[in-house]
Design a protein around this ligand. Structure first.
Ligand code: BGP
Length: 480
């Protein structure tokens, strides 16, 4: 296939960036917010890094929005902190929490930036955890419904794009890492029960949004990592398909069809798993018709048929951290492997811009729903140079190629309405604090030293600004 011109992005395409409350806000005990489980994790679990200050967006939001405006943003995706809005089990709404988000949203709207708001991004309030054992107890379903309704009531007049739960698939797959499994010895079975409860919560958010927000649209946020078969060996196709099902397709099919696929049902049967679906659940879920899919896509993976004799190698990754990254091998299901055709980041994440086009094409073929990119990004070790500047050509290259491939997918006929890479300012990485930076804007702090938290525009800020202001025509170099 040959294109004679640059891909054309539609008018009104939403160019912006993305963040999450616990990774960017700080101010964890300011304005009546109570702790979230992730705060405790960030203070005790290595290599997480203490989130009590993070990027201090809580106190710098005006400056941050002004920088977004300068860059030319037309959208900004961020999340709300549940325990800032409802700090305790008495369900009282915290006026200061509402005020903070009202201020942020008003600032964005005044700057011509469309807010795209995630209801839940890993920050379970401690009070919910104490009362219900996290996602383990169905009591959370009503609690989440109540919280979502409070958000829709207070912000739904200005926020029209809503996202339910960030990367539910990753929270189930990496239950321990993200604090969902609570160290359960029986997670293999329990994860499907927890997942069902999360699905109910997602469905509650969708139904309430449509009920309460005039012209409101809502979608899920899968963490999408497309799987390429390692070889054309027939068994590797099945290994790759299994990997895809068990890491993402089960979730995406559920969001779209609002019923459990025959694949997952037979997987449960085979493994004697009871997901504890109650009468009425499936009927309720049927009402939760999503409007779009928000796609987080950083990388691809390689899938193959697992090797039954395989022994897990604890190797050195590119950053030289021993044992930081290993490829899973699940006998009878699938194994993942390194892709020799693409480069990797310092954390061994495949850098594969084509996977963006591939994912969008693939998802479009399956679901025919509009999509918005809510994450993609380049994590790297960075600091200011001797001139006080940050030059990040690798990030520019990454974002250029990923955005270009979004354009190619649009040219292929896929409906995509926005590109919001991770992240605007530097913020805490999920598990690597400030050591792994993603921002277009540098935040002058490290994990150990808060310095002055100054915002410094990186080279990528200026490059992205030109791309946005030209609506995706000024790539800063000739594209093929
Ligand atoms: C996504 C999460 C984000 C973000 C990102 C980068 O899966 O939604 O919260 O952290 O990954 O991951 P990391 O911070 O581990 O590099």
């Amino acid at each position: 296939m040959k294109y004679s011109q640059n891909p054309k992005f539609p008018d009104g395409f939403l160019w912006g960036a993305s963040s999450a409350a616990w990774q960017v806000e700080g101010g964890t005990d300011a304005g009546g917010r109570t702790p979230a489980i992730i705060d405790l994790n960030s203070q005790t679990k290595k290599p997480y890094a203490d989130n009590s200050v993070a990027s201090d967006h809580y106190h710098h939001y005006k400056e941050d929005v002004a920088l977004m405006k300068e860059c030319g943003f037309t959208s900004y995706r961020f999340s709300l902190s549940w325990s800032r809005i409802i700090p305790a089990a008495d369900r009282k709404v915290n006026p200061k929490g509402i005020e903070f988000y009202n201020n942020l949203i008003n600032e964005l709207v005044a700057a011509g930036i469309t807010p795209i708001v995630t209801l839940y991004h890993y920050d379970m309030p401690v009070w919910v955890d104490e009362k219900y054992g996290g996602w383990y107890d169905r009591g959370i379903i009503d609690e989440f419904d109540y919280y979502c309704r409070v958000c829709f009531e207070h912000f739904g007049d200005r926020v029209k794009y809503w996202l339910s739960i960030n990367e539910q698939n990753m929270q189930i797959i990496y239950g321990d890492w993200l604090g969902v499994s609570k160290g359960s010895k029986n997670w293999f079975e329990e994860k499907w029960q927890v997942n069902h409860i999360m699905n109910m919560c997602h469905a509650k958010a969708v139904v309430a949004c449509h009920e309460m927000v005039e012209d409101g649209k809502i979608g899920p946020v899968p963490g999408y990592v497309p799987i390429y078969p390692e070889t054309c060996k027939p068994e590797d196709q099945i290994g790759a398909l299994n990997a895809e099902e068990l890491t993402q397709k089960i979730w995406n099919d559920f969001y779209y069809y609002r019923e459990y696929s025959t694949f997952v049902q037979s997987y449960w049967k085979e493994n004697k798993i009871d997901p504890k679906i109650l009468p009425g659940d499936m009927e309720f879920m049927k009402e939760a018709k999503i409007d779009f899919i928000a796609v987080n896509c950083y990388r691809s993976d390689v899938g193959k048929w697992p090797d039954p004799t395989f022994k897990q190698e604890i190797g050195l990754n590119k950053s030289g951290i021993k044992g930081d990254f290993t490829y899973p091998n699940f006998p009878g299901e699938y194994a993942l492997a390194r892709n020799p055709f693409v480069e990797v980041t310092d954390w061994d994440w495949h850098i594969d811009p084509v996977c963006m086009r591939y994912s969008l094409r693939y998802m479009w073929n399956l679901y025919h729903l509009p999509m918005v990119i809510t994450e993609a990004g380049y994590g790297a070790h960075e600091d200011v140079d001797e001139n006080g500047e940050i030059h990040d050509p690798e990030r520019i290259e990454y974002l250029r190629e990923y955005a270009y491939n979004v354009g190619l997918a649009i040219q292929d006929g896929v409906e995509v309405f926005g590109f919001n890479p991770w992240s605007f300012t530097d913020l805490l990485s999920t598990g690597n604090g400030m050591a792994k930076r993603y921002g277009l804007v540098f935040v002058n702090r490290t994990d150990d030293d808060l310095r002055d938290l100054r915002r410094i525009k990186k080279e990528s800020f200026y490059w992205y600004s030109r791309l946005i202001k030209s609506n995706g025509t000024d790539w800063g170099k000739e594209m093929k």
